[in-house]
Design a protein around this ligand. Structure first.
Ligand SMILES: Nc1ncnc2c1ncn2[C@@H]1O[C@H](COP(=O)(O)OP(=O)(O)O)[C@@H](O)[C@H]1O
Ligand SMILES: [Mg+2]
Length: 249
């Protein structure tokens, strides 16, 4: 089973230090981990650092991987290549770092992924003509089609309607449970984090201020300290934890 651990990780843009001293426990395949934190906390920077797009001190230790390139990454801004259809763009993503020729299994995986995300009907559409939410699902497909063992998703639900938010989060949960993928997703909706994730990492000002079981991490005290809001965390009629916001602290 694949595992991931961060040890004293830092990152900078030029001379500007953004992240420092980020250390985590070991995360395992099959888990869904939320990366939480206010705007500019360093969530996207941490993903870029983990994916190797930024250099820095410390270690990103991956063990037990089956493949040479176990990491997949869905960036926050899905820069879309307008000259391609959805099918072509997802196939191109699939072929990254693989053989030069397309095999039947590659086409099958593209179709399976589009179907999994319920966007098969968009296959022949030009990416440039899609809505923001449709583009975001294509971007998720481009990451999932590579069959990563560890999948980093930067605000994957930010442009989606409520139905598609829940659908995508359910799909990520299934990828973890059924295929043993370690999912790490930056989320702003803390209610979704409570419902769909096992553990949570909370960043503020480039430092890790909390890390643990999501239900233990997301507390009124943390909501006040990190997000500056007065809120309660109370069970609903079905017993699930919900966040009720009373105002700005
Ligand atoms: N390319 C960049 N060059 C310099 N500073 C950057 C760059 N990208 C992000 N930053 C800065 O790094 C900090 C963290 O940004 P980011 O990781 O995007 O935060 P988050 O994803 O949590 O909103 C912010 O202060 C932001 O302005
Ligand atoms: Mg970001």
């Amino acid at each position: 089973m694949v595992t991931l651990r961060l040890g004293n990780v830092s990152a900078r843009y030029g001379r500007r230090a953004i992240l420092s001293g980020i250390s985590t426990p070991v995360f395992h395949g099959g888990e869904v981990v939320a990366l939480l934190g206010p705007n500019a906390a360093g969530k996207s920077t941490l993903f870029r650092r983990m994916f190797g797009l930024l250099k820095g001190e410390g270690i990103v230790r991956i063990e037990g991987a089956r493949t040479e390139r176990p990491l997949g990454y869905m960036p926050q801004d899905n820069g879309s290549n307008a000259a391609l259809t959805v099918y072509e763009a997802v196939l191109l993503a699939r072929m990254q770092g693989r053989r030069l020729s397309v095999a039947p299994e590659d086409l099958a995986e593209v179709e399976r992924t589009l179907d999994f995300l319920d966007i098969s009907a968009l296959g022949s559409r030009d990416i440039g003509d899609l809505s923001g939410g449709q583009k975001q699902l294509v971007s998720a497909a481009q990451a999932i089609v590579q069959e990563p063992e560890i999948l980093l998703l930067d605000e994957p639900t930010s442009a989606l309607d409520l139905h598609r938010q829940i659908a995508l989060l359910s799909i990520l949960r299934r990828l973890a449970t059924e295929r043993g993928v370690l999912i790490m997703a930056a989320l702003h909706d803390l209610g979704h984090a409570l419902r769909f994730t096992d553990r949570a990492m909370v960043l503020r000002g480039g430092a890790l201020v909390a890390c643990g079981d999501t239900a233990e991490v997301v507390t009124p005290a943390l909501l006040r300290e990190v997000w500056g809001i007065d809120a309660r965390v109370e069970p609903c009629s079905k017993g699930h934890r919900q966040i009720i916001v009373d105002g700005v602290a």
